[in-house]
Each structure stands twice: as C-alpha cells, then as structure tokens.
Design a protein around this ligand. Structure first.
Ligand code: ADP
Length: 928
C-alpha cells in the first residue's frame, strides 16, 4: 500500500518536473532574447554616435575659417597697396572670422574628451591670436591712413612748388627728384638707399626752406618726413599682421579634429560591424527556431495524420468525399470492404462514381448526393453488392461536408442484417413460446380457479353453518366462543386463500381491482384487534389515529387495502422491540386521497436500502442482524410483502414510500385514491343488527335456490325460510329453468358452476324466455376467485353477484336491495366476538424466560396440545404450572380462552426448534 502510494507520489513529482521544465526553459529563452535585444540596442546606439551632418557642417566651418583668414590678409595687403577705398572688407572679415570662431566652439559630440580638451585649448589660443591680429590691423589701418594722406598731399605741394615761375630750374629738378624718391619709397616699402637719399634731400630742402622761408616747401618737407618715418612702421605692422599664425593654428585644429573624426569613424565601424554580426546571428537564430518549430509542427501534423489515419482505419466504415458532380476528392480505404479491396487512394481520387461503380449504383449514389446537397439533411440508404458469390449489405450515409461537397460513410451491415434475420426468427420463436406460456398460464389460472372453488366450497359450508348456529338462541356462552373461533379461523383461512390467489394472479399478470363498498372504520378496527395482542405481547403500544373527518364508507378493493396494512403493521411489530406502533389514517378531500402511515420505533432502514426494500426478496442488513440477535421473538419473512404491497397500492391509485432512521424507527406511507360510497349506511347498519323476520304487510316473496351441493343449498334454505320467505330448491340450471317457469320466483339465488346446465347458461335462457312481468331477480353465487367471472355473470343476465363464502347479512341486504323487502331486527346489536376480545395486558405476557423454566417434556406436550387445539389438555398442563409462574398460567389461560392456539404453537415451536424463520402474519398470505 505504502509502496504504491510512494510510487504514485514519484509519478506525481516526475510529472510536475516534466511540467515545470518547459516553463523554465521558456523563461530562460525569453531572458536570453531580452538580453540579446538590449545588446543590440547598445550596439546600435554606439554605432550611431557619428552624426555625419554635424561633422560636415563642422568641416565647412573649419574651411571657412581658413578661407576668411586668408581673405582678411589679402584685404590688409590690398589696403597696403592702396587698392581699398575703405576698410569695410577688413572689418567684415574680422567679424566673420570671430563668428566662425564662436561656432567652432561647438565641437561635435563624437570627439572624445581628450581631443575635445586639446581642441578647446587650440580654440582659445586662436581667439587670442585673432584678438592680437585685430589690434595690429587697427594700428595698420590708422598708420596707412596717415601715410595715404601725406602721399596724396605731398605730390600736390611739390607740383605747386615746381610750377612756381620763380623757382629755379635746379630747384625744380631737385623737387621732382624728391617727389620721385618719396613715391619710390612708398612703392618699395622699406629701402635703405631710398631712405638715405630722401634724408639727404630733406636736409637740402630744409636748408633751402630756411633761406627762402617757403611755407609750401615746409609742408612738403613735413609730409616727406612723415612718409619717411611712417613707412617702416606701416611695413612692420603689415608684416606683423601677415605673420600671425592663425592659419597654422587653424590647420592644427583641423588636423586634431580630423584625427578625432577618423577615430570615431573606426569605433563606429567597429560597433556597426558587431551590430550587423549580431543582427545576422539573431536573424539566423529566429529563422532556425522558426524552421525548427515548423519541422516540429510538421512532425506533429504527420503524427496526428498517422494517428488520424490509424483511427480511421480502426473505424469499420469506408469514407470518401465527393463533389456535387460525383468526383472523388478523398478516399480512405478499408480492408473490411471487399468491394473496394483493390482500390487505393490514388486509384479513386479524381475519378467519378460513374467510372468506379456499376451504372445503377452510380445513379443511385448521385441521386442521394443531390438530395443531401439540396436539403442539407443526412441521407441514408442501403444497397447490396455481390462479391465472390457473397452478398454484402452496405449502408450509405451521405452528409454535406462543404460547399458542393459531401462526405459518404459506408458501413458493412451484413452481420447486422444476418442478426436481424436471426432476431426475427427468434422473435417468431419467442412469440410461439409466449403463446405457449400464455396458454400454460391460462391453464394455471383455470387450475387456480378450480382449486379456489374446491377450497371455498367446504369453507363456505363451515362458515355458513357457523353463522346459522349464531342465529339460534340455544348456544351457551362457551359454545358461542367456539363458534366465534370457528368463524374467525374460517375467515382467516378464507383470507389466506384469497391472498394466495392474489399472489398467483400477480404472477400471472392478472391482478384486477375488485372495488366494493368498504367500511373503512371496520377495516381499521379489525386490524387494530388483529395486531393489538401481537403488539402488546411484545410490550409495544399500538395506537390508531384517524382524522375526525375520515369517511366511514369508501369504494375500494378491501382485500388489497387490508393486505397492505396487514403487511405494514406486521413488519412494524416484527421489527420493533420497544416503543409504539402508530397507524394514522387521513382523508384529503381535495385529491380524494386517503393517506395511511404506519410508524414504528424499530430497527429502521439505512438510506441506501430504502428504495430496494420494495423489490421482491429484499431484506435489509439491519433486520437480518435483528433476526440473528432475536431469533425467538422476531419472525423472519420472505421479502415479498412490500413488493406485493407496492403493486396493490399502485393498483389502488396511490403510491408507497418510506421514511426511516436507523435505530430510531420507520414510517411507511401510502396513499390510495377512493371515492366515497353512497347508501352504504343501511347496508352496514343491517349487518350490526340481526335480521329476525319480515315486517308485516309485505307480499310473500318466492326465492328459488339453485345449487348442486346439498350443504350449500341447505345453508341458504335454513337462512331464508325462518325469516319468512317462500323457498324452493333446484340442483342444476336445467331444473332451475323448469322451476322458474312453473313457480315464477321473485328472486333466484343461482350457483354458477353446476352439472347439466351451469348458472351462466341458465341465466341466459331465463332472460331469453322471460316475459316482462315475470322477470326474476337473479343473484349469482359463486366461489370463483376471479373478477372476470363477475363480469361474465352480469353479462349472462344476472342482476348481482355474491361471492362464497358469503355473510348472511350480505344475502339479506341483496334481497332487500332488489326486492324492497323490509326486515325486522333484533333489539340489541349483535356482539361480534372479535370486538369483545380483550387483549392481554403487558404484565400478562408470556415471557420466553418463563416458558424456559418449564421442563422440556411439558413444553412438548403444550406444543402438541396446541396443535390439536385441545383446550382440555392445555388446561391440565396449565394446572401443572407452579405458583411462582402465575403470569405464565394466566397468559396461557387467556390464549386458550381466546382460541389463540396458533400463538401457543408458534411460541412453543420457536422455543423448541430454535428456528429463526417463523410465520409472518402475512407469510401465509404471500409465500407461495
Ligand atoms: P418480509 O417482512 O417478509 O421480510 P417485506 O417485503 O414485508 O418482507 O419487507 C422487506 C424487508 O424490508 C424486510 O425484510 C425488512 O428488512 C425491511 N422492512 C420492512 N418493514 C420494516 C420496518 N418497519 N422496519 C425495518 N425494516 C423493515
């Protein structure tokens, strides 16, 4: 056990491991893909740090800076050469250069920090240089402006002097040379020779001017001196401007920047390379996984297809798909089909039914295909094929499987057909057997009917004469008691016979409802009396509760109702040790239902057994145990009682059910449908008062008794004649007709079974021959058990039906009912012995223990005496009981007084045989 549990645990954990594995794998897979994606993103970012537009813009700026610097120098030179009318170009270019410098400070982001620092430093230096250059340019400009001014005035002054008429030619020549040298100096810039000559000439001209005090000359000399002094300064400034290394700086800058760019380019290329490599790897991985998945799903598909095919091949049907025009789309061959044995899928698919089937079959198939497509409904048809001289029965099912396409399922039903044929022959055989059984059953019924007749006839005599004796006043009290005992036992026997018959009728399926007017109170009372002793002898209380509105007279099948109640009460007493048995009867006027409930405080019934107990031969665990524990008190049954009760209750138009709790008790409920009986008051009333004669002033009624058995005839004669009726007898139907014709009786009591001419025939003939005014009342009297006989008698012309053994009351009532006879009754109601019966007090119970105290020989004698119904012998035995067991003596005396010999037999028998099984109150009724 433990091992199995352990292994199942392993299985479970193995399974859960297997279940966990794929999910863990899936998680790792996802993580790997996320990591991969992050890596790709990082690479992508690194590969895109180089902004090519930014780079080209920066390069342009660099180039512009160099170009503007060169053009600035050029402009300065032009200014030196006097080619510029204004200094604007120089100012503009300086400003532009500054602007470019400012822009260059925004170094592109891909430049790494070290190079960026170097570039920043260079930029700073360049800015300084540019500032210095600007200062020089400004100085140059102002110097140049001064020189330019002197150079423009000097020639004018010289010409003015030269053109003076007073000037000596030598002086004029001197002045022209002076002008020449000044202009030459301006062109040459810095020339020592020219400067020396000029200084010499200035000295000479100063001397001259001192002589003549010539103002213009003085001005000219001043300008010349200015030019001579300013010229070298201007040249020095120009030189300074031109040698400022802004251009070199700019080239250094460009170089560093370019290197940085190259390095960034290499890095970006590196990252790009790896990005693309990883992308390729990723794409390959994805492609591989897709391919793998595809392969796997293809494999699964193939497997499922194989499975599907295996499954299909396991199906005994042949399947195919066809188009509306009968072309095969699919064909799943099946070996069990001989007709298609040689066909493979390839042979069939693409062909039409006309190519593969005989023409007629093909046409038939097409008809059903069209029909299926038209209606959308399943079409089923059968046909036959002959193969190797064997007929194959096939069933075709055509079902629409798509637009203009059908699925045909063909099933080999040869075996089924064979079975069907066999079944039909078996049916015929069974029919024959059934007929035979029915005729046997009929024979059985006839036998039962005869048997019951045979049993009822002597019983009728016994009960009848017992009743007759009752009518006399000559009986002593003792004799009256004997007579009551005879009547009671006879009636009990009658009940037994009825029940035996009922049971056999159930078996023969011939249970009929025999409804009569029933005194429900009397039924309940009889039952109470019947069970009072049994209950109290076990120390149980028997309580009867009937609702105050309970109708007294109802129309139902008394025998069946009584049997059900007897069974339920019997069981209740049997399976209860202490407590009480309660019989409740209620009327539900709205549903015309009578509700009976028998409750006990006995062993109870387990829930799972509650439904089964109504099945035949079922006994519950609890009660079996009960029988084992109390072998002496409990009476075992057969398990048939409830089954019969259920049938009867159903027949009475109700249902039966049980509520129970083990160890607490059970309540059996049942309902019956019953109408209230009308006009029964008189009938029953008469039964309580003894008829003693006819009221005076009535016609003399003639009654013909037709009966083949002397005793039975006598019984009726003795009953009716003393009352005041004129009575005659006939011994068969033939005689009856003759008597009727001759005597014209008012009423005929007609036995149905008689030799020569039976009652049915006699009634028919009388009815056929009668004149209106001489139609007699015919009351059929029979001991037949069957309800059909009653109908048959009424159909033959009888007015009424009395079943033997009858009660005298019934005969009087029937006569009164049909002839309107009025009786005289005894003043006192008859005391029915059964009603006078007193019951034992619990203290008077026969204790088994007490019986035990008596010697075995004594008990044997008691048992035998009880069997012989020998009251005298029992009396002698009672006398031997010691004083100490007075209770036992009292109880036995009571039982003898009440003629309850069977109780004594049962108790002593039980004691001596230790037999568990004993007579159930119903057992005699039901056990056949
Ligand atoms: P029998 O009583 O002859 O065995 P029944 O058909 O009357 O047959 O009852 C069938 C079974 O139902 C009984 O054997 C008993 O096990 C159970 N049963 C019937 N009535 C009761 C009850 N009142 N208390 C407990 N069990 C009962």
């Amino acid at each position: 056990m433990t091992r199995v549990a352990g292994s199942s645990q392993n299985d479970r954990s193995g399974r859960s491991n297997r279940e966990k594995r794929p999910s863990r794998l899936l998680r790792w897979n996802a993580l790997a893909w996320v990591g991969f994606a992050i890596l790709l993103m990082v690479l992508w970012n690194k590969a895109n740090i180089l902004d090519i537009h930014q780079h080209s813009d920066y390069l342009t700026l660099l180039r512009d800076s160099q170009a503007v610097d060169a053009r600035l120098n050029q402009s300065v030179l032009e200014a030196r050469l006097g080619q510029l009318s204004s200094y604007d170009p120089i100012v503009t270019k300086t400003a532009k250069l500054k602007q470019i410098q400012a822009k260059l400070q925004q170094i592109p982001s891909f430049v790494d920090p070290t190079e960026r620092a170097a570039l920043d430093q260079l930029l700073r230096r360049q800015r300084e240089l540019l500032q210095a250059k600007e200062v020089l340019i400004n100085q140059f400009n102002s110097q140049n402006a001064v020189l330019k001014n002197s150079l423009s005035y000097f020639p004018i002054l010289v010409r003015t002097l030269v053109e003076k008429p007073t000037i000596a030619p030598s002086q004029s020549e001197q002045l022209n040379l002076f002008l020449q040298n000044v202009l030459l100096l301006d062109v040459l810039g810095d020339s020592e020779d020219v400067s020396a000559q000029l200084m010499q000439q200035i000295e000479q001209l100063e001397a001259l001017e001192a002589d003549q005090s010539n103002e213009p000359l003085k001005t000219a000399i001043a300008h010349a001196q200015l030019i001579l002094q300013g010229q070298p300064r201007r040249e020095a400034l120009l030189h300074g401007i031109l040698i400022v290394s802004t251009r070199d700086m700019s080239e250094d800058f460009a170089q560093i920047y370019y290197q940085s760019y190259q390095r960034a380019l290499t890095t970006v290329d590196f990252y790009r390379f790896w990005f693309f490599v990883l992308c390729t790897v990723g794409v390959i991985a994805i492609a591989a996984s897709i391919i793998l998945k595809l392969r796997r799903s293809e494999r699964a598909l193939r497997q499922s297809e194989t499975k599907f095919r295996t499954l299909l091949s396991a199906i005994p049907d042949l399947m195919m798909r066809l188009t509306a025009d009968g072309t095969y789309l699919d064909f799943i061959p099946n070996k069990s089909f001989k007709a298609y044995l040689n066909h493979t899928e390839r042979d069939v698919v693409g062909k039409t039914v006309f190519e593969l089937l005989p023409a007629q079959l093909a046409r038939e198939r097409m008809t059903y295909i069209r029909q299926a497509l038209k209606t959308g409904e399943l079409q089923v048809y059968e046909y036959q094929l002959i193969n190797d001289n064997e007929i194959q029965h096939l069933e075709n099912r055509v079902v629409v499987s798509g637009k203009n396409e059908v699925l045909i399922i063909i099933r080999d039903i040869t075996e089924k057909k064979k079975a069907q044929i066999e079944l039909e022959s078996q049916k015929a055989f069974l029919q024959q057997a059934k007929e035979a059984a029915e005729s046997a059953n009929k024979a059985k019924s006839i036998f039962l009917s005869n048997m019951s007749h045979e049993l009822r006839t002597p019983l009728n005599v016994i009960l009848g004469f017992a009743q007759l004796l009752n009518y006399g006043d000559s009986l002593t009290a003792h004799q009256q008691q004997y007579l009551d005992a005879i009547s009671r036992s006879g009636e009990h026997l009658l009940m037994l016979i009825n029940d035996v018959l009922e049971m056999s009728k159930i078996e023969a399926g011939r249970i009929l409802l025999n409804e009569t007017n029933v005194d429900l109170y009397a039924v309940i009372q009889t039952l109470q009396q019947m069970f009072q002793f049994k209950a109290e002898s076990k120390g149980l209380q028997l309580i009867v509760e009937q609702s105050s509105d309970l109708p007294q007279y109802i129309r139902t099948d008394e025998s069946k109702l009584r049997q059900v109640l007897v069974n339920l009460l019997g069981n209740a007493v049997k399976f209860t040790q202490t407590g009480a048995i309660v019989l409740r009867v209620q009327w539900q006027p709205d549903t015309a239902n009578f509700h009976f409930a028998v409750s006990d405080t006995g062993v109870g019934i387990a829930p799972e057994e509650r439904d089964r107990i109504f099945d035949p031969f079922v006994q519950t665990e609890a009660t079996q145990q009960f029988h084992l524990n109390t072998p002496l008190q409990a009476q075992n049954g057969t398990g048939l009682g409830l089954a019969i009760s259920r049938r009867f209750v159903q027949l009475l138009g109700g249902e039966i059910w049980v509520e129970s709790q083990v160890g607490v008790g059970s309540t059996f409920h049942f309902t019956i449908q019953a109408q209230l009986a009308e006009g029964d008051g008189m009938l029953i009333q008469s039964s309580q008062y003894q008829v003693i004669g006819l009221e005076p002033g009535q016609p003399t009624y003639r009654i013909l008794i037709v009966e083949d058995k002397l005793e039975n005839r006598q019984l009726l004669v003795e009953l009716l004649r003393p009352i005041g009726f004129e009575v005659q007898e006939a011994i068969n139907g033939q005689e009856a007709i003759e008597q009727w014709k001759a005597w014209l009786p008012h009423l005929i009591c007609l036995d149905l079974r008689m030799p020569v001419l039976n009652g049915y025939q006699a009634a028919q003939q009388i009815r056929a021959q009668q004149q209106n005014n001489e139609a007699p009342i015919i009351i059929a009297i029979t001991s037949s058990a069957f309800e059909e006989d009653r109908h048959q008698a009424l159909a033959a012309g009888c007015d009424d039906f009395v079943r033997k053994p009858f009660r005298a009351d019934i005969i009087f009532e029937k006569i009164a009912q049909h002839l309107g006879v009025r009786y005289r009754y005894a003043a006192e109601p008859r005391s029915l012995s059964i009603r006078a019966t007193s019951v034992l007090k619990p203290s008077e119970l026969i204790e088994i223990d007490q019986l035990n105290h008596m010697p075995p020989a004594w008990r044997t004698q008691l048992h035998e005496a009880a069997i012989r119904v020998d009251a005298e012998a029992i009396g002698q035995l009672i006398e031997q009981i010691p004083e100490s067991q007075a209770d036992l003596a009292k109880a036995l005396t009571y039982l003898v007084d009440q003629f309850q010999f069977e109780e004594i037999v049962a108790r002593t028998k039980l004691k001596f045989t230790e037999c568990i099984r004993s007579a159930h109150p119903n057992e005699e009724h039901f056990q056949i």
